[in-house]
Structure formats: structure tokens, C-alpha cells
Ligand binder design. Structure first.
Ligand code: CDP
Ligand code: MG
Length: 733
């Protein structure tokens, strides 16, 4: 077949030419797409504003090009000169990864080089990185090591409208950093002026230690520019908070979206979403479908149901290509949502809230919105934090339906009634007002900000919540009697990328001699849905689980999964591969297959298992860097269970006469979740790690303990033996 190129070139074209040409074509297409984005027309204006003011607020419709383009404009304008970086925060891991990958592609480089990302448990950057996409939580962690964020010339706080807890803390923190970087004399960390404004913080002292007493801040790095980007119009709040910062609006394109409501409330929204998907697929013209679900488990079960039922579609029908996207999905799979559906197929994207604003997925014409979101909820009076599925706000529902009208007029199917919509809250309450703040308070303390109540929050969290968090940290021993970070416990706890309770558990376990087991348990607790139970194979899945089950509870069951996996897969692989140098791609593919087969046979979710193994490695790194030993208690699980009691005494529950349980610290009535190996076993006393609220309160990830261990191992919390009335020592205020 004659090549198209022969029309333009006399030279016979080889395969390399084709590659080069398609590469060039691809680059050109990318460039054209970039130029057509709404933000392109205001590029110069944006750069000018950043040059002349400290803080800029950018408001623009999702998809207008804020996240991918603005950092590149600043990069071209020279903001990365002299080895400085531009940091862009994202509330979500997935967004950080996919956006960095996209921007790397646009800049003609590989992710990890000039453009990189950093998320908890994964750092894909290098010394040449200039644009760094990261979760807001990671930037907070960086501030612990480098309180002036001296490597950054600009920090872009993206998706500010999401108002995650970390974003809100960053607001206050960055305002302070800006002030301090304005002082010309921050070249010495022992500078008096800096001391007087609280700059010589505990964290800085640590830096001084790390750098052998040499200040890391010898070189003046100039002012810190701040860009706050948001997809909603709540400009005033941001501008007021940032001392009257200028706002620039990026005009987006939005086509009309037709909204449909159900006539009556849907009892089973998953089933309703499933039916609606097929209805759209059979009746509506081409265009991809985006379904908003609440979490990984839901997405996975929907994915299976869709695949099963799609096999019954008539032969002539379009194919249905199902692509999931959620935080725990391995990055290589996350990019699949951006690939267009092949000819003859329609793409159905099953997404968590992530697709609401942080990700712009091209090609979507239909949105299915059950109107729910998984959110953290906190009761400051009981001190209980739980994950609950709650209705979205009106603003969220609108944002979701907007996803259907980015490229052409679209349709949004809300799986609830118009009446229910009218009753939704207008906007979402910032996370900082509905979360346990223990982690944030610990981070602030580690940054040397002792007066947490006086911290410059954009929206102040309620006082009770802060006091409760201080109490919590005090009970865990992270704070001393003066309310300062304790040494070494509090310092060490703040170093772990874990909730304070888990960080403490790691430290306790090294004293108990079971840190290897705790490491495994906490890694497993950090992933969602380890066991995989298809609806049509419940019996088989439950049987498979029995192989790992420990009668003592879920923590040991988790450990067993990792142990048996290691024995059967890791060791097997090692034995099988005679020469490690032959471990080429074929071999690693083989390994992949062995792992996958093992997971399938054992009804284990391979994605979750892999992530857990990765997390275990990372936490182990933190332990080792603190010089803490990784020791195993071997077969002596009594030691481990006592360690769990000593670590999670705040989450203990006791059986009541009617068979339900009473959480000892909150006095709440709870039940054992059906997914627990202890379900139906009714042990007298347990510790748990998770509280899930559906129609009732369930505890999950549970291990049975002896109630007498509580006063023995946590005497500061449980007055001797009087377990019916646990007294709580409060922090003196
Ligand atoms: O941040 P904002 O919502 O304003 O837009 P963006 O994320 O910068 O996206 C701009 C454009 O890049 C959109 O048209 C997306 O379709 C495209 N994009 C993409 O194709 N692949 C990605 N991974 C990210 C963005
Ligand atoms: Mg964006």
C-alpha cells in the first residue's frame, strides 16, 4: 500500500520515519489542543499577575486548562531559574499522578524528570524536577523538613474549592512562609529576628541536625509566590483571606446539560445506575458515560455487574468498555480513562468523586449521579470519626452534571427525585470542620506552631474539635504537660506518614518486639477491600478466606495473608528463577501472572495486596531511618494482641448483654461488621480500627483482647478495673 507520505517526500519511508512522523503529529496535535484551551488566551495576563503580586486567585471552569497549563506558563516565564521549583498541590493522589503524566507528555519529557509527582508512599521526582505535582498532604510533610519551602518559587494550591483539611492548613502555613520569605535576612536559622517570629522551630532544629549544623537556608531564595486555583465562584472568601489578592477569571466553555430526575426514590442506587447505563447505551447517541460511585468496593462490584450483563447485549450493539478510576488504582491503570474508546465501543467510566473536578476526562456526554459521596464525619463530643456515605451538596451535584457538557450538549441522570435535590445543602462544609484534627494538630506542633487555637485558619474548626485532638495526642503521649511535642515520642510520631494512632502503634510495637507484625497489619489496614467477594461466588470466596482466618481476629488474618503470600509466591519465585540476570521482561511478566493467579485463586484483590506490600516497605524505611528495630514475635501472637491493646486502647469495645458492643471511649453502641472474621463469634472484649456508619454503626478490623489488659497497658486512660465506667483524664486547659 503506498504510504500517505509519498505525496510529500521523495525519500522512501521506513518504519522509523513513520514513528518519527506520528510522534511529531502527536506533538503537533497536543500543541494545538493546548492552544485551544480557554486559559491560553490569558496566559500573559496570568504570568504578569504572578510577577507583580504575592498571591493570585484563578477561577475557571473545570477543563479550562488551569492545572495542566498554568504551571507551564510560569515555567516558560522563568520561574524555575536557578534550580527553583514550582509546586502544585492536588487534594487527590490520582489527580497528581495523571496530571503530572499529562504535563510531562505535553512538555515532551518523561514523568519523573522535569515534571514529577509526589504522593504518600510514592515519590516520582528527581534532581532535575522543576514542576512538581503533589498531594496537599505531601507539601505539608515537606514543610516539616524545610519550613521555608526554600526550593519553591511558586506554590499553586489547586482545587482550592475542595477545601480539604490539608489545603486549609496549607493556606495558613503558606501565608506565614510568604511573610517570612519577604524578610531579607532569613539566611541564618539562628537569626534573632527569626527566633522572635517563631521561626527557629523544632523542625528547623531537626534540619540543622540533619545537615550537620550547617544551615540549609544560607542562600536567599526570594519571595514565595502563591496561586490559588478554584473551579467555583467563591472568590471573595479566598481574596479576603489572602489580603485582598487579585482574582482572574478564565472563561470556560459549557454546553447545556439536560437534567433528569427519578420519579421516586431509588432503593438500590447501584441497580438503578446499572439500568440507566444500559438504557443510555441502547437508546442514546454516541458519547461516553461517567458514573459517580462512592468507593473502590462499589466500583469493583459495578464493574463486574456491567461486564457480566454486557455479555447479553445483542451482537449488533456497540461494545461497552468499562474503565474504573479511584485513588487506590495502580497508576498504570489510571491513565486508561483518558484513552478514547475504540471504534465500535462506548466507554463507561466508573469514578469516585475524583472525576467531579480534579480530573477532566474527554469524551463524556452522559453523567449518572446517584448523589452520594463517601465522606469523613466527626463527632467532637464523642471523639468518634467515621466514614459515611452522605448526600452531595447542590454545588457538587452541579459540578457533576457539568461534566456532561464540556464538549457538546449532554445529559445528566440524577438517581434521586427533584424534591431531594431541593433539600440538599448548597455547598459542602470544609473538611476541617468535620474531621478529627489529631493528625493536623500533630503536624502543626511539629512545625513549631504551638498555638493551634490561634492559627490563621480560613474557616476556624470548632474549638471542641481542636481541644479534643489535643487531648487525643496527649493521651497517646505525643504531647507533654505543656502541650508541646514530646521528645522523642511526639517527634517520631510526626515523622510517620500515618495517622497518629497508627504511628504510635508502630513505635509501641518495637517495644513489644512485634514490629514486623504491626508493620504488616498497618500496611493492610491502609488499603481498601483486600478480600474480593464476587456476588455469584460468595461461598467459594468465604471458603478461600478460611485459609487465612485467625480466630483472634482480622489483624492476624491480614498478617496471615502476607505470610502465606510470601511463602507461596515470593519464595516460589525466588526458587524458580535460576539466574536473576535472566529476569527480563518475560520473567517479570511471568511473575505478574503468578501473582495474579495466586490472588484469583485466593479471592484476594491483587491491586490492594500490591499496594499494601508497597506501603509496608515505605513504613519500614521510616522505622529504619529512626533506628527502630523490625522484630518479629514469631508464633507468639499473644504478644502481638497485647501490643494491639496497648496501641489501640482508645478503640476498645466490650460485649453487652444483648450481644451488641459498647465502644469504651465514646460509649457508642456498635456491632461487628459482617466482613470481620469475628462476626458471629461474640468475643468479650475487642479493639477495632474502623467505624463505618450505614443504617447502624459497625466496627471493622477487629481483634479480641482480654479486657484486663486495658487497665494494665493503658493505666493512664482506664482507671483500674472499673471498666464499666472508663474515666478519661482530660488535658488540663
Ligand atoms: O484544571 P482544569 O480543570 O482547568 O483543566 P486541566 O486539568 O488543565 O485540563 C485541560 C485539558 O487537558 C482538558 O481538556 C483535558 O481533557 C486535557 N487533559 C487530558 O487530556 N489528559 C489529562 N490527563 C489531563 C488533562
Ligand atoms: Mg484542575
Amino acid at each position: 500500500m503506498p504510504s500517505m507520505a509519498s505525496r510529500y517526500s521523495q525519500r522512501p519511508s521506513g518504519p522509523d520515519d513513520d514513528k518519527r512522523r506520528s510522534f511529531k503529529d502527536g506533538r503537533r496535535a497536543l500543541l494545538e489542543q493546548r492552544r485551544s484551551l480557554p486559559i491560553a488566551s490569558v496566559a500573559e495576563k496570568l504570568v504578569e499577575h504572578v510577577k507583580k503580586s504575592d498571591t493570585l486567585v484563578v477561577i475557571g471552569e473545570t477543563g479550562s486548562g488551569k492545572t495542566t497549563q498554568l504551571p507551564q506558563f510560569l515555567h516558560s516565564a522563568g520561574f524555575c531559574k536557578g534550580g527553583m521549583m514550582i509546586g502544585i498541590t492536588q487534594p487527590r493522589r490520582v489527580a497528581a499522578i495523571t496530571v503530572a503524566t499529562r504535563v510531562a507528555e505535553e512538555m515532551g519529557t518523561e514523568v519523573g524528570k522535569e515534571v514529577g509527582y509526589s504522593i504518600r508512599f510514592e515519590d516520582v521526582t528527581s534532581p532535575v524536577t522543576q514542576l512538581k505535582y503533589m498531594t496537599d498532604g505531601m507539601l505539608l510533610r515537606e514543610a516539616l523538613l524545610d519550613p521555608l519551602l526554600s526550593k519553591y518559587s511558586v506554590i499553586v494550591i489547586d482545587e482550592a474549592h475542595e477545601r480539604t483539611i490539608h489545603t486549609d492548613v496549607l493556606f495558613g502555613l503558606l501565608k506565614g512562609v510568604q511573610e517570612r520569605r519577604k524578610c531579607a535576612g532569613f539566611s541564618h536559622i539562628h537569626d534573632n529576628k527569626l527566633n522572635s517570629i517563631g521561626q527557629n522551630t523544632a523542625a528547623e532544629k531537626q534540619v540543622a541536625v540533619v545537615s550537620n549544623g550547617h544551615s540549609l537556608f544560607r542562600k536567599s531564595t526570594g519571595p514565595l509566590k502563591l496561586v490559588v486555583m478554584s473551579a467555583t465562584l467563591d472568590t471573595k472568601g479566598f481574596c479576603d483571606y489572602f489580603n485582598g489578592a487579585t482574582a482572574v477569571y478564565v472563561q470556560g466553555r459549557q454546553f447545556p446539560v439536560q437534567i433528569f430526575y427519578t420519579y421516586t426514590a431509588e432503593a438500590d442506587y447501584l441497580e438503578a445506575a446499572l439500568l440507566t447505563t444500559f438504557q443510555i447505551h441502547m437508546e442514546e447517541s454516541l458519547g461516553d458515560i461517567l458514573v459517580f460511585l462512592t468507593g473502590q468496593e462499589e466500583i469493583e462490584s459495578m464493574e463486574r455487574l456491567l461486564r457480566e450483563r454486557a455479555t447479553h447485549l445483542p451482537e449488533t450493539a456497540l461494545k461497552l468498555l468499562v474503565v474504573p478510576i479511584y485513588a487506590a488504582l495502580p497508576s498504570e491503570h489510571q491513565m486508561r480513562v483518558f484513552q478514547p474508546a475504540p471504534v465500535g465501543a462506548r466507554k463507561v467510566i466508573l469514578a469516585t468523586n475524583i472525576a467531579e473536578a480534579s480530573l477532566t476526562i474527554p469524551g463524556i456526554q452522559y453523567v449518572i449521579d446517584p448523589g452520594l459521596v463517601k465522606a469523613r464525619a466527626y463527632n467532637p463530643h464523642t471523639g468518634v470519626e467515621s466514614l459515611a456515605i452522605v448526600p452531595v451538596s447542590k454545588a457538587q451535584a452541579q459540578q457533576r452534571s457539568g461534566r456532561a457538557g464540556r464538549e457538546a450538549p449532554g445529559k445528566c441522570f440524577r438517581l434521586y427525585t427533584e424534591d431531594s435535590f431541593a433539600k440538599l445543602d448548597d455547598t459542602t462544609v470544609p473538611e476541617i470542620k468535620r474531621c478529627n484534627l489529631a493528625n493536623v494538630v500533630l503536624q502543626l506542633k511539629a512545625l513549631g506552631i504551638d498555638d493551634v487555637l490561634g492559627f490563621d485558619f480560613m474557616d476556624k474548626p470548632c474549638r471542641t474539635t481542636i481541644v479534643k485532638s489535643l487531648e487525643h495526642l496527649y493521651t497517646l503521649g505525643a504531647l507533654n504537660d505543656e502541650g508541646k511535642l514530646s521528645d522523642p515520642l511526639g517527634f517520631r510520631m510526626s515523622r510517620f506518614p500515618l495517622e497518629p494512632l497508627y504511628a504510635k502503634a508502630m513505635l509501641v510495637s518495637s517495644e513489644f518486639g512485634c514490629s514486623k507484625e504491626m508493620l504488616a497489619a498497618i500496611a493492610m489496614l491502609s488499603v481498601e477491600s483486600l478480600f474480593y467477594t464476587p456476588r455469584d461466588k460468595i461461598k467459594e470466596a468465604n471458603n478461600a478466606k478460611k485459609r487465612f482466618a485467625s480466630q483472634d481476629g482480622d489483624h492476624i488474618t491480614f498478617i496471615n495473608v502476607l505470610r502465606i503470600y510470601s511463602l507461596e509466591v515470593d519464595e516460589g519465585q525466588r526458587g524458580g528463577d535460576v539466574d536473576s540476570s535472566t529476569l527480563d521482561r518475560r520473567a517479570s511478566k511471568k511473575t505478574e501472572k503468578v501473582i495474579r493467579n495466586w490472588c484469583t485463586a485466593n479471592y484476594i484483590n491483587g491491586r490492594s495486596l500490591r499496594r499494601a506490600i508497597d506501603i509496608r516497605k515505605q513504613i519500614q524505611g521510616h522505622m529504619e531511618s529512626m533506628g527502630l528495630p523490625i522484630i518479629s514475635c514469631g508464633e507468639d501472637m499473644l504478644v502481638f494482641r497485647r501490643c494491639l491493646a496497648a496501641s489501640f486502647f482508645l478503640n476498645a469495645a466490650r460485649r453487652q448483654l444483648d450481644g451488641t458492643y459498647r465502644a469504651l471511649s465514646s460509649r457508642q453502641t456498635v456491632s461487628i461488621h459482617p466482613s470481620s472474621v469475628l462476626h458471629g463469634k461474640k468475643p468479650e472484649c475487642v479493639v477495632f480500627n474502623e467505624l463505618v456508619r450505614t443504617n447502624r454503626s459497625y466496627i471493622r478490623s477487629i481483634t479480641q483482647i482480654d479486657s484486663l489488659w486495658l487497665p494494665e497497658l493503658a493505666p493512664q486512660y482506664y482507671a483500674a478495673l472499673d471498666l464499666a465506667n472508663p474515666t478519661q483524664r482530660s488535658l488540663q486547659s
